[in-house]
Design a binder for this molecule. Structure first.
Ligand SMILES: Cc1ncc(COP(=O)(O)O)c(C=O)c1O
Length: 367
C-alpha cells in the first residue's frame, strides 16, 4: 500500500492540505534575513490569534513533548513542587516530565474517562501552598476527555501558582483562550489540529511566567531548552536572526499556509465543522453497535474513542481497517490498549465523506 493511498485518521500526525505539502517542497532558504523574519513573525502573529494571546510566542523546534519539557525546565528549578493532573496516558507522561526535571510531584488523579475535577486541585493547593505550579493536559488524547483548564487555572491564579498546559492535541481544533483563562506556559504541536507536518512545538509564555523564569539561577536547565535563550535572540537579534538555532524553514512555511487556511475558513467555523464531524461519527458508531467511550455531553470535536465488539482485541479492528480499507486509525493507549479504538478527525482535510467511509468500513468488520 503506498502512502498516497491511505486515509490517515489517527490523533496526529494528520493528513495536510495539498498547499501545505507544496510549501514543504519549496527550495530551502536561510533561517535568517528579511524574508525569513517576515515569514517567522507572520507565523507567530497567526499563532497568537489561535492561542488568543498577546503575550510571547516561540516556535520551539521539536515534538510536543519537547515543548512541554522546555516549559517545565525553563520555569521551575529542581526541588520545586508541582501539582500535576492525570486522567490518562498523557497526564502520566506529565508526571514523568516533572520528575525528570527533578521536581517534587503532587499528583491529582481522576478515573480514566472522567474529567479532572477542579475541587481536587483546590484541595491540593490548600494542602501544598508551597507548590510553584499546576500542570494539566487539555485534551487527554488517550481517552478523548477535555479537561476544565479554565477552572483549574482560576485556582492557580488565586494561589499564585503558574499554570502549565499540554495543549498538544487541542489548539486549532477546540476553543482556546490563553490570556482570558490566565494561562502561563502552553505548548502544542503543529501536526495535530493545526494541520501541518510534524516538527515544531509552538509555545506561549505569559509575563507572569517570565517573572519566575527570570528569577531562576542563570544556569538552571540547559541552554537550548531555556526560554531565556529564545527571548534573548528574539530581542537582541530581532532584526536578522530571531532564534538561537537553525530553524526548519520549510516546516515553518508549511505551518504558515496551514494557519492562513485556518483563518480563511474562520476559526469558529473550523471548530463547528469538527464538532459536526464528531456528532456524525458518534451517531454512525452507535448505529453499528460500536459505542463511543464517553457519553454525548463529553463529546470531543477532534477525536472519538469507541469500544469494539465484545471480546475482540481492538488491534484486530485497527489492522482490518488498514489492510482491507486503507484507513489508518489508532488503538487504545495505556490501560485502554485492546479495549478501545480511536479515530482522529482533527485534520483540516477530513470531511463528512471520510466519516461515512470509516463507519462503512467498521460495519464490514470482520468480513
Ligand atoms: C496530549 C498529548 N500530549 C503529548 C503528546 C506527545 O506529543 P509528541 O509526540 O508530539 O511529542 C501527545 C501525542 O499524541 C498528546 O496527544
Amino acid at each position: 500500500m503506498s502512502d498516497a493511498e491511505i486515509k490517515l485518521m489517527i490523533p496526529g500526525p494528520v493528513s495536510v492540505s495539498p498547499e501545505v505539502l507544496q510549501a514543504m517542497s519549496q527550495p530551502v532558504v536561510p533561517h535568517y534575513g528579511d524574508n525569513f523574519i517576515h515569514l517567522y513573525n507572520e507565523t507567530l502573529d497567526l499563532l497568537k490569534l489561535v492561542f488568543k494571546t498577546n503575550q510571547d510566542m516561540f516556535l520551539y523546534v521539536g515534538s510536543g513533548t519537547a515543548g512541554i519539557d522546555a516549559c517545565v525546565g525553563s520555569s521551575l528549578a529542581a526541588g520545586d513542587k508541582i501539582i500535576v493532573g492525570s486522567n490518562g496516558f498523557f497526564g502520566d507522561r506529565l508526571i514523568w516530565i516533572a520528575e525528570g526535571n527533578g521536581l517534587v510531584v503532587v499528583p491529582v488523579r481522576s478515573n480514566l474517562g472522567s474529567e479532572l475535577d477542579p475541587a481536587n486541585f483546590l484541595q491540593a493547593v490548600q494542602e501544598h501552598p508551597d507548590a510553584k505550579a499546576i500542570m494539566v493536559v487539555h485534551i487527554e488524547t488517550s481517552t478523548t476527555i477535555i479537561n476544565p483548564i479554565a477552572e483549574i487555572a482560576n485556582i492557580a491564579r488565586e494561589y499564585d501558582m503558574l499554570m502549565i498546559v499540554d495543549a498538544v492535541s487541542s489548539i486549532g481544533g477546540v476553543p482556546f483562550k490563553f490570556d482570558e483563562w490566565g494561562l502561563d506556559l502552553v505548548a502544542t504541536s503543529i501536526n495535530k489540529c493545526l494541520g501541518a507536518p510534524p516538527g515544531l512545538s509552538p509555545i506561549a509564555v505569559s509575563q507572569r511566567a517570565w517573572q519566575s523564569i527570570n528569577a531562576l539561577p542563570p544556569k538552571n536547565h540547559g541552554w537550548y531548552s531555556d526560554f531565556r535563550t529564545w527571548k534573548k535572540y528574539a530581542t537582541e537579534w530581532v532584526d536578522w536572526h530571531p532564534t538561537p538555532v537553525t530553524m526548519p524553514v520549510n516546516n515553518i512555511a508549511a505551518l504558515n499556509i496551514a494557519l492562513k487556511q485556518l483563518m480563511e475558513e474562520g476559526i469558529e467555523h473550523r471548530y463547528q465543522r469538527y464538532r459536526n464531524l464528531a456528532i456524525q461519527l458518534r451517531q454512525g458508531l452507535t448505529s453499528i453497535g460500536m459505542f463511543p467511550m464517553t457519553p454525548d455531553h463529553l463529546l470531543n470535536p477532534v477525536l472519538t474513542a469507541a469500544f469494539g465488539p465484545e471480546g475482540i482485541p481492538t488491534s484486530q479492528i485497527v489492522k482490518y481497517l488498514a489492510n482491507k480499507h486503507k484507513i489508518i486509525i489508532s488503538g487504545g493507549l495505556g490501560d485502554l490498549k485492546e479495549k478501545t479504538f480511536r479515530i482522529g478527525h482533527m485534520s483540516p482535510v477530513v470531511n463528512k465523506e471520510d466519516i461515512d467511509l470509516v463507519i462503512h468500513a467498521l460495519n464490514q468488520f470482520p468480513d
